[in-house]
Design a protein around this ligand. Structure first.
Ligand SMILES: [Zn+2]
Length: 78
């Protein structure tokens, strides 16, 4: 499988694609932010971080890392 290159992985994580994704824990569908290492997505709610495996974001609460269990979407100010 020579098609699994970093370039191909990056193509699946372009801004327009990230905008389509949403934190499954949030009712308000905040946009997700790619980390500097491009290995995880952070929800704007500040509560969850979602892993990216083989270039594919895993938007499952069971797979998410809870960053701040006290974060509440209602407290987020844009
Ligand atoms: Zn969230």
């Amino acid at each position: 499988m020579s098609s699994d290159t970093p370039t191909n992985r990056a193509q699946s994580l372009e801004p327009w694609f990230l905008e389509l994704l949403a934190c499954p824990a949030c009712e308000h569908h905040f946009p997700l932010t790619l980390t500097e290492n491009r290995d995880a997505l952070l929800c704007k709610c500040g509560r969850y971080s979602y892993p990216i495996r083989d270039g594919i974001p895993v938007l499952l609460i069971d797979e998410a890392t809870e960053i701040d269990s006290h974060a509440r979407p209602e407290q987020v100010k844009s």
